[in-house]
Ligand binder design. Sequence first.
Ligand code: CLF
Ligand code: SF4
Length: 493
Amino acid sequence: MSTPIISLESLTNTTSSGQLLTTAKSGGCASSSCGFPSRPADMDSAIWEKIKDHPCFSEEAHHYFARMHVAVAPACNIQCNYCNRKYDCANESRPGVVSEKLTADQALRKVIAVANEVPQLSVLGIAGPGDACYDWNKTRATFERVAREIPDIKLCISTNGLALPEHVDELAEMNVSHVTITINMVDPAVGEKIYPWIFYGHRRYTGVDAAKILHEQQMLGLEMLTERGILTKINSVMIPGVNDQHLIEVNKWVTERGAFLHNVMPLISDPAHGTWFGLTGQRGPNAFELKELQDRLEGGAKLMRHCRQCRADAVGLLGTDRGQEFTLDQIPLEVAYNGGKRHAYREVVARIRDDHVAAKNQAITTLGSVSAQGTLQVAVATKGGGRINEHFGHAKEFQIYEASQTGIKFVGHRKVEPYCHGGWGEDANLVGIIAALGGIDIVLCARIGDCPKNKLMEAGIRATEAFGYDYIETAISALYATEFGDDLSQATA
Ligand code: CLF
Ligand code: SF4
């Protein structure tokens, strides 16, 4: 192995490197389940090579590696009732939303600037703000430029699928390794409630005719990608009363056609967004409804549960958008790529992953030694890296794990307004946090004050900092053994 140009120690010496080490040293986010460490036993090694550094396609990788989106594709060929691309708010995180649209040359500048500064960067995605396949020339020009400068970056697109079939061969030629298709229905009667119109073959279609064409193109595109060995993820927006039950059928169709992952996302709906669904009062699902549906879909294509519904210009690890640090006005006109930090980071991660795998294996052993059965719902405050390394008051989200005798499953995340503001606790936010943590048994965090801890306890939720900076699986397995094992002498919180 070559000597890393950045040592593990040197990575701790600056703020950004310190953050990097926090991520790296902590290992990746806990995998979907214990016993699913670096490469899952039932996964082909060729597939593992494709996903091991893709933060969306591998839940395990999403705390080591980052994606960035460049907003080069503003045009779209359909209208979804949940989309309004005119809306632009830096605090708003949902697909279709961006702060600035880029040309291919500007996108290249931005990708190089991010790659020089964000060592975790492994994937360049084009996710709009319109449709990457419909606005094809800009998508292709961007990928060609970036692949020439940074050949090891993975290329990824997200599309509604309508124009996908005509570009599949070019995607394969350009080494686009990962494609996401948003598929919300396989029955045009459901589709007409989601898509008011499409534009296809120089014509505008509406109603069932529109949904039927979209459906046929989506299925054809998926089949073509599968034939060519390109990994596919299906995003489905769960819209209660419209397609929630129907997504079981969608899951069957896409599994049969070789989809690698199925990502069921909650509808984001608010009148302020100006979308049809927002304006007509269509609600999104709550966390319990989403999880219930996801649980029912287990057994088909592998489920993605760690999606953060990124903006079309998102930058960084999932859940920590650094897009505002890399707006064009902050990037020099001339930037040259320097891959030093990215390569050094990869060497560090390779070593840390081994350590994390050992910790997960130990956690499996601990769980297996518990004779009584039970489940534990655990909320974890983490900055990433699979360790409990965030203060309760700073957490913008909690990662949710379900522990049972058979394993520890990552089941999602719940966003909150942080409790601490300027060093003081916000009681109003605590009310919201307690509501968001409904159904949780224990909160694990790096630090928590007595006041929030007591308020949580009054709501029936325990909280502890006793496992601060431990691996998440190590902590949860120890808690589980304490709760359900024979030795009940240790208090958990
Ligand atoms: Fe971007 Fe999408 Fe590629 Fe990832 S996002 S184009 S697959 S690189 Fe990821 Fe963001 Fe969820 Fe998308 S968390 S919205 S699934
Ligand atoms: Fe918006 Fe994407 Fe739907 Fe086009 S395909 S309308 S950009 S959500």
